[in-house]
Design a protein around this ligand. Structure first.
Ligand SMILES: [Ca+2]
Length: 94
């Protein structure tokens, strides 16, 4: 179990991860990009998980995750998938 280092703002690492999965570099994350990222992390049921995450975190319903509030929601939600943010970046706990 990785130790979460509170001295490093977790959202910085999460933002770096979001940038890395933003394939078309438009500065926001689509459901498809999220799905591909989940697959790359070895998660299963990625279509279902991505759809659930969008429903939860896409607060303004524009079909993209962007902005502090939505990124925060997505980061919290990712813990449901066993995905956490540490000083080394985004990783799986199981
Ligand atoms: Ca949105």
């Amino acid at each position: 179990m990785p130790i979460i280092d509170r001295s490093i703002p977790a959202d910085v690492k999460f933002r770096e991860w979001l940038q890395s999965i933003d394939r078309d570099r438009d500065g926001r994350v689509s459901e498809q990009e999220l799905r591909e990222a989940l697959r790359a992390l070895g998660r299963r049921w990625t279509g279902w998980k991505a759809a659930r995450a969008m429903k939860h975190a896409d607060l303004n319903r524009d079909s993209f995750i962007d902005g502090d509030a939505e990124i925060g929601e997505l980061m919290s939600y990712a813990a449901n998938w066993g995905i956490v943010v540490t000083r080394d970046g985004v990783m799986k706990t199981r």
